[in-house]
Design a protein around this ligand. Structure first.
Ligand SMILES: [Zn+2]
Length: 262
């Protein structure tokens, strides 16, 4: 009988203790003067991944800014450091009698997908997925692989190489070749025969802001894989065509040193 009473008493004490622990959150509480193990000190890879893939909302993301209409004839955003550098370059060009208008800036995954799939729909079914993709890839990126997602890359004045071969276009291109690097901008899609570059054909209009884009390329290599390149027509051939290795990383290197920047 005595044993039963002791057991009941012990159970009541145990129950009361358990309730107290549960109510106060007792054993889970970390005293304030101790280091918390729950704080993650690494970078927010989920945000970086979404940014690299063009899956952020430029309008509400503080890393992106809306481009003033005086620099473009359409509504667009750029990565904020890229925009600041562009404005400096724009002013220097104007002083030399050259006007640099942005015809394309930051693009979302969905926007790139609309470009890609509009082109895809023009091919007849006698072509294989690989053949169609390789042809579109001459000038257009697969969704998720465009440097335009990063807001660091801008297309200037015209989408035709011919435009930059004479008259006003030639003057603009010569100015860019000579001066853009002083502001951090590089023509990453150069003549493939003259460089060891792979990937897209030459684009004299596409300029990349290296101080940010170089880091994004490193992050892309670390964080993005073919599993991330899904949700559009032809995504199945991305690994076979090595779009990450040959296209995302198929860029020319400019003679760029951070100290050369103004
Ligand atoms: Zn471009």
């Amino acid at each position: 009988m005595k044993t039963v009473i002791i057991l009941v008493k012990f159970s009541l004490v145990a129950l009361a203790t358990l309730l107290l622990v549960l109510l106060t959150g007792g054993i889970n509480q970390v005293p304030e003067n101790r280091d918390s193990k729950s704080v993650d000190c690494s970078i927010d890879t989920s945000y970086v991944k979404r940014m690299l893939l063009g899956m952020v909302n430029f309008g509400s993301d503080s890393n992106f800014v809306k481009v003033n209409p005086s620099f473009t004839n359409r509504s667009m955003y750029l990565e904020k450091n890229t925009y600041t550098a562009f404005i400096e370059m724009y002013k220097a060009a104007i002083a030399d009698g050259v006007e640099l208008k942005i015809v394309s800036g930051a693009r979302t995954f969905d926007y790139q997908k609309s470009i890609w799939e509009r082109k895809w729909s023009r091919y007849s079914q006698e072509y294989s997925d690989s053949e169609i993709a390789v042809d579109i890839l001459k000038f257009s990126a697969m969704p998720g692989t465009s440097r335009h997602h990063w807001g660091t890359d801008i297309d200037i004045n015209n989408f035709n190489n011919d435009y930059f071969e004479q008259g006003r276009g030639l003057k603009e291109y010569r100015w860019l070749k000579e001066n853009a690097i002083r502001f951090g901008f590089c023509q990453v899609y150069t003549n493939k025969e003259e460089t060891k570059r792979t990937g897209y054909e030459m684009e004299k209009w596409h300029w990349s802001y290296l101080p940010v884009a170089l880091n994004n390329t490193r992050l892309y290599a670390k964080l993005i894989g073919y599993n991330d390149l899904v949700g559009f027509k032809g995504c199945n051939v991305a690994p076979k065509l090595k779009v990450i290795e040959l296209y995302v990383f198929g860029v020319a290197e400019c003679d760029y040193e951070p100290t050369l920047l103004k």
